[in-house]
Design a protein around this ligand. Structure first.
Ligand code: FAD
Ligand code: NAP
Length: 312
């Protein structure tokens, strides 16, 4: 029986593990379906985490040191995908893909979020063959070539800037004429000579052949339809929370959610179910920042320790 099962090994889950084990819990396992680190490992840079200010380092470099520190105090790591979590009486049952279930007294769900794929004709057909949601992973394939970036948030603009240092030209296609991204990021992108902003524009089709993407059909609100000959398109149109682990056999969620599927918590990361905590991007009102996810993880772990102490 685990004292605490932590699901997801991004900034929230790793920090929860650090605080739980350093706080004296002996039997804590972090379940992560991939390599620990979370979404930020897909980022080409991170410049808003205090104490870490190095433009030459990627999100992957940044998360590298977290793992050693978080596993140092006895946190166990299982590279497994959790299918779902049930509560039977006082305890939780963690159902794991291809393995026997594990029981736990408490659970902290830190499964974060996944990039959305806009509903554009061609995006599924050409995904991985010119359509990407990761500039650090795929940008190099378009060295000295023209690419397009879709979206107007922080991710789209930061990754467009990153791509502009590899590619000959980057078209940023955004459906409005103002951006959701931070003003400093917008300014940096506007100043970059090989980035062209295409505002009030919608991609209506990604075209291609058996070699992959070869262009886009774009609807511009003022100028009508036009096409762009590019081989790569990077889609950054937001994220969906990974809440499937909380879905039950009857299709309902184990705890309360809002209408976007985000988990409802209080400031102590308690959900509507006793012993079940969440942390990071999966919760309501998450600022979707590494520092905030890490803070949530610490709060959740401290609450787990109190919860177990009250019951011992
Ligand atoms: P995540 O980082 O999403 O981690 C969740 C983990 O859970 C993942 O590792 C996933 O594999 C695992 N998981 C999911 N489901 C399961 C399952 N069923 N079983 C087992 N494991 C599972 N924030 C900043 O502060 N500064 C930035 O500069 C910045 N840049 C960003 C750039 C990009 C490209 C992106 C995508 C995000 C960026 N963010 C940035 C946001 C930041 O990365 C997130 O807010 C943060 O990673 C959220 O942490 P988390 O631990 O809640 O979730
Ligand atoms: P986001 O902020 O939700 O932005 C998504 C963008 O995609 C918006 O500009 C949106 O347009 C556009 N969009 C959504 N659906 C679309 C569609 N179907 N077709 C075309 N465009 C569409 O997502 P994000 O940029 O991934 O950021 C997610 C969170 O992580 C944010 O809270 C962000 O601040 C944070 N983050 C922070 C940093 C940082 O701190 N440096 C870096 C990356 C991410 P509209 O604007 O018109 O809605």
């Amino acid at each position: 029986m685990l004292d605490c099962a932590i699901i997801g090994g991004g900034p929230a889950g790793l920090t929860a593990g650090l605080y739980a084990t350093r706080g004296g819990l002996k039997n804590v396992t972090l379940f992560e379906k991939g390599l620990p680190g979370g979404q930020i490992t897909q980022s080409s840079e991170i410049e808003n985490y205090p104490g870490f200010f190095d433009h030459t380092k990627s999100g992957m470099d940044f998360m590298d040191s977290w793992q050693n520190q978080c596993f140092h105090f006895g946190l166990k790591h299982q590279m497994d995908e959790v299918v779902n979590i049930e509560k039977n009486g006082e305890y939780f049952k963690i159902n794991i893909l291809g393995k026997e279930p594990v029981s736990a007294k408490t659970v902290i769900v830190c499964t974060g979020s996944t990039p959305k794929k806009a509903s554009i004709k061609g995006k599924d057909e050409f995904f991985g063959r010119g359509v990407s949601t990761c500039a650090t992973c795929d940008g190099f394939f378009y060295k000295n070539k023209e690419v397009a970036v879709l979206g107007g948030g922080d991710t789209a603009l930061e990754e467009a800037y990153y791509l502009s240092n590899i590619c000959s030209k980057v078209y940023v296609i955004h459906r409005r004429d103002t951006f959701r991204a931070a003003p400093s990021t917008v300014e940096r992108v506007q100043k970059k000579e090989n980035i062209e902003l295409m505002l009030n524009s919608h991609v209506i089709e990604i075209t291609g052949d058996n070699t992959g993407v070869n262009g886009l059909v774009i609807q511009d609100a003022d100028k009508g339809q036009k096409s762009l000959n590019i081989l790569g398109v990077f889609v950054f149109v937001g994220h969906n929370v990974n809440n499937n682990v909380l879905k039950q056999a009857d299709g309902k969620f184990l705890c309360d959610t809002n209408n976007q599927g985000q988990i409802i918590t209080n400031l102590k990361m308690h959900t509507s179910v006793e012993g079940l905590f969440v942390a990071g991007d999966i919760r309501i009102d998450a600022p979707k920042q590494v520092i905030c996810a890490a803070s949530d993880g610490a709060v959740a772990a401290l609450e787990v320790i109190s919860y177990l102490q009250e019951r011992s």
